[in-house]
Write a protein that binds this ligand. Structure first.
Ligand code: HQG
Length: 184
């Protein structure tokens, strides 16, 4: 893993899960003060400045982070485990969305339904391929097709994060089916 990738991983940890790792706090909307963030990261022995931070944010493949307009604040667009309100926009989902998971979780998922586990929301993708990649992070992948249009009709809320990840709070097994043939 390159230097910037390592810093980006650490940034995810700070902005989504553990701001105290850089000795900072996030505000209620998940924003970190950029000056404090840079000082905090440098205090951990890592080397970062505004230029490097801007490069990480701009180059991020999943567009995980956003600055505010004057670049004094930075936050993660989604993926938090700590309770912040990143002002997600509620939106009508497409007919189907997909959730990538690992085969070993299927037993529990098929009985309990999908839960956010340690995060604030369940993460959903708009295509099978992306969901498959998400699943591979946990082991042999399995992909569930979510009947999101039906859920929406039944009153469940969906949100679209600033970087295109669909989010919802819980999904009962009546709303999903396992896709049988995916690339493992
Ligand atoms: C599973 C990455 C047992 C769930 C990705 C998942 C994503 C259950 C795991 C983002 C369950 C939680 C999030 C149940 C759900 N019983 N297991 N009832 N309900 N699970 O990492 O969706 O690169 O918190 O299927 O691209 O894998 O970090 O969520 O396997 O967008 O930006 O519990 O993280 O983005 O795992 O990944 P996670 P996720 P980043």
């Amino acid at each position: 893993m390159g230097k910037l990738d390592k810093l980006s991983k650490f940034l995810s940890l700070i902005l989504r899960h553990k701001p105290e790792a850089a000795n900072i706090e996030l505000d209620e909307h998940g924003w970190a003060n950029v000056e404090d963030l840079i000082i905090g990261i440098n205090q951990t022995g890592r080397k970062i400045n505004l230029e490097i931070l801007e490069e990480i944010v701009a180059a991020d493949q999943k567009q995980r982070y956003s600055f505010n307009a004057d670049k004094t604040l930075l936050r993660a667009n989604q993926g938090h485990s700590i309770p912040v309100d990143v002002e997600l926009t509620e939106q009508k989902p497409p007919e189907f969305l997909y959730h990538g998971t690992a085969e070993r979780f299927l037993g529990s998922i098929m009985t309990e339904g999908l839960k956010p586990m340690s995060r604030l929301y369940i993460h959903l993708s708009k295509d099978i391929e992306t969901a498959c990649k998400v699943g591979k992070r946990h082991g042999t992948p399995a992909v569930l097709q979510i009947n999101s249009e039906k859920m929406h009709q039944d009153g469940y809320k969906f949100y679209l994060s600033a970087n295109g990840v669909w989010l919802t709070k819980q999904i009962s097994p009546i709303y999903f089916t396992l896709i049988e043939h995916i690339e493992k």
